[in-house]
Write a protein that binds this ligand. Structure first.
Ligand code: GLU
Length: 488
């Protein structure tokens, strides 16, 4: 039998990191077995829908390499792949369940249910199960509002097998007669997931642990309809910390948020894979093909994973280093262009200096420049801060014990350095080297003074002459003169 897995998000916004991980595992599981991976939109909760969310999900999935074989926008033999377009299908099966007594019409009003809960009831009391079917049908025909509920046994227990949790036993008494069809005629998740997974030929259901305890109810529905339930793999959640699930409120939580924060898609996907799965050899950096080859249910974590952005940064830094200079520049450019004080600089040259130091593209400027992606736990550093240091240049910055320099030495040297700059702009480094040799001072001393005078920064990505190139001839000379005048 061909393996078929699916990812079934609700189109309520950008693709969340947790959702993407579910999608990734479902994708890997299917692809490893030569199977199909399906995208289905669960949009029956009409109040939570967000206009362009579906398109955002398609885009993010494709961008991240989670190419689905079937789905709303790519078609397939098992469509429609959007639940709201499958309304009649659900109603047909709901009718069957009513006829077999596995489901029933319920006319209880909201007021009655509220009263019931207010008086301590934790679940529906099956009141409408007692109605004769003929009478219920008459009331439905007369236009009375109703829902359809599942008739769950009150006694006994059910055991099913899960790939991560092993054998799971749930007493029926813990379960409620959930609504299968709502008063608007659309199914709830509790119903639609069963009908769709069966009709779409899904062999393995991979989803969040929040559905684990309801799985017996789903299996009852499969069996009532004469179907074989799929195999289940329930995933532990991704946490922000011990108490909180990862969510928008606690910093970036969607795939797109992390793209906007300057992470590479391959690094994000790689990191997401590690949030709940580890390969046997404990490799941490890998590509999609490696994941397809090595993914295993046994490697799935049995406890929640903590999202660690510092680790994502580290991994992203490795991916960034592997980019060519040109690729790095192209990725960094939109970020560089948002930093005002970088206007007028040769951004390509600057990118070359930053490349090896960058762990996220947002490191190329102050996080304020990326306001919409800034979060209180932002870990980015500003690698171009050195370009703002010159205005705060003070004589004591020339002090360097190792090179035996200070303001006085700088004052002595700077007129020569200005001259060298004017005469040897195109070949500055050897000129500075020769100068050090002629004067009998350390090369480091000359370079230190030159770099401080140009930037006012003790730490720069690149040495003295690289700073000169970055500033350009006019700006370099202007700064050298200013530095000299500062020394009195
Ligand atoms: N729409 C559900 C969710 O987003 C799907 C769960 C499932 O995969 O069955 O959580």
């Amino acid at each position: 039998m061909k393996v078929r897995t699916r990812f079934a998000p609700s189109p309520t916004g950008y693709l969340h990191i947790g959702g993407m991980r579910t999608a990734l595992y479902a994708y890997l599981f299917a692809k490893q077995r030569g199977g199909d991976f399906i995208l289905r939109l669960e949009d029956t909760d009409r109040e939570r829908l967000v206009g362009d969310a579906a398109q955002k999900i398609y885009d993010s999935m494709k961008e991240a390499g989670l190419n689905y074989d079937e789905g709303p926008d790519v078609g397939g033999d098992y469509g429609p792949y959007i639940q709201s377009e499958r309304r009649d299908i659900y109603l047909t099966y709901a009718d069957k369940l009513i006829e077999s007594g596995d489901a029933y019409y319920c006319f209880c009003t909201k007021e009655r249910l509220d009263e019931m809960h207010a008086s301590g009831a934790t679940k529906y009391d099956k009141k409408c199960l007692g109605l004769p079917l003929e009478e219920a049908k008459k009331r439905v025909a007369a236009g009375e509002p109703y829902v359809i509920r599942q008739n769950v046994p009150t006694e006994g227990e059910y055991t099913f097998h899960d790939g991560v949790f092993g054998d799971v036993t749930v007493p029926y008494a813990d379960l409620e007669d959930n609504v299968l069809i709502k008063s608007d005629g659309l199914p709830t998740y509790n119903f639609a997931n069963v009908i769709d997974d069966h009709l779409m030929g899904i062999t393995h259901v991979i989803r969040g642990v929040e559905y684990l305890s309801s799985t017996p109810k789903y299996d009852l529905l499969y069996r009532a309809l004469g179907w074989e339930p799929p195999e289940y793999i329930h995933l532990q959640p991704i946490m922000r910390d011990a108490q909180h699930k990862l969510s928008k409120r606690y910093g970036a939580a969607s795939y797109k948020d992390f793209i906007n924060k300057g992470y590479l898609k391959d690094a994000i996907v790689n990191y997401i894979a590690l949030l709940g799965w580890s390969p046997k050899d404990n490799t941490e950096k890998f590509n999609m093909q490696y994941m397809i080859d090595n993914f295993s249910v046994e490697g799935l974590s049995h406890s929640p994973s903590i999202f660690d952005e510092a680790k994502l940064r580290w991994l992203n830094g490795i991916y960034i280093k592997e980019l060519s200079e040109e690729e790095f520049y192209q990725h960094a450019l939109p970020f560089l262009e948002r930093v005002d004080y970088l206007k007028g600089y040769d951004l390509k040259y600057l990118a070359g200096l930053l490349h090896s130091r960058c762990e996220s593209f947002a490191d190329v400027g102050p996080s304020e420049c990326f306001e919409d992606m800034r979060k209180e736990d932002d870990l980015s550093v500003n690698l171009t801060e050195f370009l703002t240091a010159f205005d705060a240049l003070t004589p004591d910055l020339f002090v360097n014990a190792k090179n035996k320099t200070d303001a006085a030495v700088a004052k002595q040297m700077l007129p020569d350095l200005i001259k060298l700059t004017e005469e040897h702009w195109d070949d500055l480094y050897p000129a500075l080297e020769n100068y050090a040799a002629e004067k009998g001072v350390k090369k480091g001393a000359v370079l230190w003074i030159y770099r401080i005078a140009l930037t006012g920064a003790t730490v720069t990505p690149g040495g003295a002459t690289e700073m000169a190139t970055l500033l350009g001839y006019d700006r370099a000379l202007e700064r050298l003169h200013k530095a000299l005048s500062l020394l009195g």
